[in-house]
Design a protein around this ligand. Structure first.
Ligand SMILES: [Zn+2]
Ligand SMILES: [Zn+2]
Length: 424
């Protein structure tokens, strides 16, 4: 009898070996704006204080503007209430605001924002086994996008931005100092964090700014890496914006830099090692299929922002409800099983965070594998209800008007399925 009990326990534990689940929060594009004024803010000027033309605004944010402090503290509190013990918090950059007049945020402003957010995150997830994984966004420097190829900048950033307190290892700190990229292994996963801001509207003209691609290839060549054990994360994704897919993210002023395709080439060659790619930057909720020779080899997810602002051209704003996302990853199966997408319904003046949808339930897929996302993409093109559901999620249920024209639809399809600059 005793033996039978032991055998059953062993069988059960063996079963659970293939069901070890890791939880990962992703928070991105916070864009904290310390000048937001809820008493007399001017929406056409980032809701900054304006004694004459300002008006009373929602203390939790406005769709024309970046995030006020109450929105930022409310999202961190919501994360703690919903899942206080995640294994990882992936913080995918753009913590500083967009405003550029009269001057863009100074480096001192940027570093103060990094300090405040690092301290806020660590104080709320203090005492748990949570590893925070910070990623640089294009707004995490001054002026935006200004990332040099010199270790003085990155060393100062990690020290004065308080990232030394959260970077996962001494090795990661040394790597980060090179140009803002690093990797580490934990809980059976390898996280590879990149600084793709080096490729975004870049001033670099060489083929491998900061030698990042060479370094990436070296990391992915590690023979000890198990198949589908790498989570690759960066702020700016390769390819195109799905709401206006004419301009690629990775280009220099001369459009001669083919870094986009060189980057994808590396990912395609080591695609068997990569479970998923996780990005921010677009402020929208969408996914990516990366193909080579007409075969999808790797997948990416782009998580929606905390800031309610997507884009602003003159007085025209495209907006999204603020969001934060919780992934469930099955280590035994080596795949993302699901995510819970939370949001603040700012459009209807809600003050508490709630569940917008879960991926599996919303799209009827068993998990987030290449096969599942490929099927979803195919179905979206023939099933109008499914496409409209995806499109509603694209701005986290905020209504920017319908996607009824061919142009809007094609931009979405191309943004999702073709990230290459040259024909493949
Ligand atoms: Zn952003
Ligand atoms: Zn960005």
């Amino acid at each position: 009898m005793k033996l039978l009990v032991i055998a059953i326990v062993l069988m059960a534990s063996n079963h659970y070996c293939h069901g070890v689940v890791v939880k990962v929060w992703q928070i991105t594009d916070i864009h904290l704006d310390g000048y937001y004024s809820s008493t007399s803010g001017q929406p056409q000027n980032w809701c900054h204080f304006d004694a004459e033309d300002g008006k009373a605004l929602n203390a939790l944010g406005d769709f024309n503007c970046d995030s006020p402090w109450p929105l930022v503290s409310s999202v961190i509190k919501a994360m703690q209430d919903i899942e206080p013990n995640p294994d990882f918090i992936l913080w995918t950059g753009d913590s500083s605001p967009h405003f550029s007049k009269p001057q863009p945020p100074s480096m001192e402003y940027v570093l103060t924002v990094e300090q405040r957010l690092t301290d806020l995150l660590t104080s709320h997830f203090n005492g748990s086994n949570t590893q925070i994984i910070p990623v640089l966004g294009n707004h995490d420097t001054s002026p935006a996008g200004n990332f040099p190829d010199n270790s003085t900048f990155y060393k100062q950033f990690r020290q004065e931005g308080h990232w030394d307190a959260i970077l996962p290892s001494e090795g990661a700190k040394v790597e980060f100092q090179e140009c803002g990229y690093y990797h580490f292994k934990a809980r059976g996963l390898t996280f590879v964090v990149l600084n793709t801001n080096l490729y975004y509207k870049t001033k670099f003209t060489e083929t491998d700014p900061c030698r990042q691609l060479k370094w990436l290839e070296g990391v992915l060549q590690d023979p000890d890496l198990a198949p589908r054990s790498v989570i690759l994360s960066a702020h700016v994704p390769p390819g195109f914006f799905e709401r206006s897919s004419t301009v690629a993210f990775f280009t220099n002023a001369l459009h001669e830099n083919k870094i986009n395709d060189l980057y994808l080439d590396v990912l395609m060659r080591y695609s068997d090692k990569i479970m998923i790619q996780l990005y921010g930057h677009t402020h929208t909720d969408t996914f990516r299929l990366y193909s080579s020779n007409d075969q999808v080899k790797s997948i990416g997810l782009i998580a929606p922002s905390v800031t309610p602002l997507v884009t602003k051209f003159g007085d025209e704003s495209t907006s999204a409800n603020p969001g934060v996302r919780l992934y469930t990853i099955d280590l035994g199966l080596g795949r993302v099983m699901d995510y819970h997408q939370y949001y603040l319904d700012l459009e209807h003046n809600h003050t508490t965070w709630s569940l917008a949808y879960t991926f599996r339930n919303a799209y009827g897929t068993p998990d987030l594998t290449i096969k599942s996302l490929e099927t979803l993409f195919q179905n979206m093109q023939t099933n109008e209800t499914l496409f409209q559901l995806y499109y509603k999620h694209n701005t986290l249920l905020y209504d920017n008007g319908p996607c009824d024209g061919d142009l809007c639809r094609r931009a979405q399809y191309c943004g999702i399925s073709d990230a290459w600059l040259t024909t493949r």
